[in-house]
Each structure stands twice: as C-alpha cells, then as structure tokens.
Design a protein around this ligand. Structure first.
Ligand SMILES: C[S@@+](CC[C@H](N)C(=O)[O-])C[C@H]1O[C@@H](n2cnc3c(N)ncnc32)[C@H](O)[C@@H]1O
Length: 338
C-alpha cells in the first residue's frame, strides 16, 4: 500500500510504501529496542513511539526559535546537540530549516535516521559523534544551537567547554534546557574562573561501556556529571560572550521540575549605555555570587508585613505623630516606593 507522508514547507507530499515503513520500523525495534521519547508522525497512522507524548517542550522550543531567531525557518541553519531520536531536528527540518543533529549513541542515531529517510528530509544531516568535540572548524556556524537535556549529562570541565564551544558556533541563539544544581554545591575551576555545581551520578563506576551505552538518555561514558548552579551557569554564559540571557516561562511546561530551566542566550553585540558609560562598563564586568542572595522588596518582607499589622493596633493619631517625628529626624528617607 502506498502512503502519502505529510510534509510541510518546501517538501510538499511524498509517497512511501506503508508495509515497507512498518517492516523497517520493526527491524529497528528488534535491533535497538523501542523508541523512548520522541513521537514523530510518519504519516498513514504510523508514528515512531506509537503513543502520545507530551508536546510541551517541543512547542516551547519551536516558539522560541520562531519568535527570536529573526529569520524564517527556511533561512535558518540549526544545530541539535544530543538529538536522541531526532524529534526536534525532524520538526525543524520539516519546517524547511537546514539542520545538523549530533547524537553519540548508535541506537538513538539509527532511530533518527529512520525518521529522516521515511520523511525524505534532505535538509537534515545526522551525525554520529560526541558533542564534546564541538568546534566551528568541524561543523561550521549556526543561527540556532539547541542544547536540550544534554548539558547536565557532562562532567567538568566538558560542561564548561561545551558552553564556550556553543558560543563559538552560534551566530544568534543558543537554547538550553537543563537541570541546575541546588543544595550541596562544589567549586570547579575553569579558564581562571570558579563555577559552582552539584555532582550527580550517571552510571555505576563498575558498569562496562556497553551497559553505559544501553542507558539511552544518559552520558556516553562519564560516571559523574555536573549540574551547574543557576548563577554559575549565567556567569559562564556571560564569560562565553553572550550579550543577553532569558529564562523562558511560556509556552508553559507545567510538568517541568522547579530545578529545570529553559534558557535562551543571545549572541549579540554588547552595548554600552551612552548616558552612563562608566557605570555601564561595570555592569558588563559584574558576576553573580554563587548562591542567590537577593531579598524580596521591602513591602513583601516578613518584618515589614508584621510591623505594618502591629502598627494598625496603635491609634491613628499616635501613628501620625510618630510618622511626623520620624520624617523630621530622617528628612531624606523616602522608602523604596514603586
Ligand atoms: C536526555 S537525552 C535528551 C535528548 C533530546 N535532546 C531531548 O531534549 O529530548 C540526552 C541525549 O544526549 C545524548 N548524549 C549524551 N552525551 C552525549 C555526548 N557526549 N555526545 C553526543 N550525544 C550525547 C544521549 O545519547 C541522549 O540521546
């Protein structure tokens, strides 16, 4: 039976043999196991995973790229690092982007290749390689780099080196979906800077290489990975030369744990404020402390709320008198306002 595979953008519709697709899919499952995460519609009622999977993250990533890349999908060159079964790479290639997707595990790579072939995505280049070798000389440059569910699988110094490498290959956006470390943080030195993170175990040290590779979502070989603390990750992005970094909250990902973020780092030109050039210079040189130290504004602090409630127990006239005496003694104090 012939099957019309729906293709968007420049590809139109393609005819493939449904029995052949079903047969090849079962061969892949027999050899490498079932799909684990990326549900890709192959047309004719066939899909990779074969069941619904949440589309929140994919929806968020597509929207970020559409809103912030500054180009039409057809004009974008996109790099997908640690592409797993190719769901993100396929989505962007179907939209007409030129995509290079790097995956280090053969089992995942073969599943992505199958989807590419069935969908006839000539603009998708799949590469079986280690993202720790990322360099512009080898891969060229990209408008958008996707680093989704990957950074927290790398150990030090590879996790720091990858952020610098992404800054080198990206010309516009780097989108990072990652866990951040909280709690017991350790310092790590990299290129003369100190970053803080939490060590997390990826594999049992006794696991042989085959067993490590069989854990399809994990690091390729490193037993430990580093989950960078959010302030350190932001410092690292600043050190790598990005001009602004945003945390994406919408489109919503309601199931995302509170220690996992979507960051969008922009490779723009840093601007000095003309009205205050010296003060502006200091802003670019600043770094965040390794733990969040900021406090809420005065009116939301417990001390303020309690003091305000207690004040209401005092007669109004007496309160006015105290206020008058206070402002007489502190003529400059105007509070935070706003
Ligand atoms: C948790 S999965 C995330 C996959 C996908 N990017 C996503 O967000 O759904 C991590 C992927 O990165 C791959 N990976 C881990 N370390 C890698 C490395 N050093 N080089 C290439 N791929 C790697 C794994 O094989 C796996 O496919």
């Amino acid at each position: 039976m012939r099957l019309y595979v729906p293709q968007s953008g420049i590809f139109g519709r393609r005819q493939v043999d449904k029995e052949d697709v079903v047969r090849r899919k079962s061969e892949i499952v027999a050899r490498y196991g079932s799909w684990t995460a990326h549900e890709i519609d192959l047309g004719g009622g066939i899909s990779t995973l074969g069941r619904d999977f949440e589309a929140d993250k994919l929806t968020r990533i597509v929207q970020i790229v559409a809103d912030l890349s500054g180009k039409a999908f057809e004009d974008l060159r996109i790099l997908d690092l640690g592409c797993l079964e190719g769901g993100y790479a396929v989505e962007f290639a179907r939209r007409g982007a030129r995509v290079v997707a790097i995956e280090g595990r053969l089992a995942n790579f073969e599943k992505a290749r199958f989807a590419k072939e069935v969908l006839g995505l000539d603009r998708l280049e799949l590469v079986l390689a280690d993202v720790r070798e990322l360099a512009p000389e080898r891969w060229g440059r990209f408008d958008v780099v996707l680093c989704l569910g990957l950074l927290y699988h790398l150990d030090a110094p590879d996790c720091f080196a990858l952020v610098h490498a992404m800054a080198e290959v990206a010309t516009r956006l780097v989108v990072i979906d990652t866990y951040v470390g909280i709690g017991a943080l350790e310092p790590f030195a990299y290129r003369g800077r100190t970053y803080w993170g939490r060590r997390v175990r990826e594999h049992d040290p006794d696991d042989p290489p085959e067993r490590r590779l069989a854990d399809l979502w994990a690091s390729l070989d490193n037993v430990w990975s580093v989950w960078m603390a959010k302030p350190s990750l932001l410092n690292l992005l600043a050190d790598a030369g990005f001009s602004s970094v945003f945390v994406c909250e919408f489109p919503f990902e309601p199931a995302k744990p509170s220690d996992r973020l979507t960051l969008v780092a922009v490779r723009g030109e840093r601007r000095r404020v003309r009205a205050m050039p010296k003060a502006s210079e200091a802003v670019w040189d600043a770094r965040l402390p390794f733990r969040e130290r900021r406090r809420p504004s005065r009116k939301q602090r417990t001390t303020f709320v309690v003091a305000e409630r207690l004040a209401h127990l005092v007669p109004k006239r007496l309160r006015r008198l105290v206020k008058r005496l206070w402002s007489g003694a502190h003529p400059q104090s105007s509070g935070e306002g706003g």
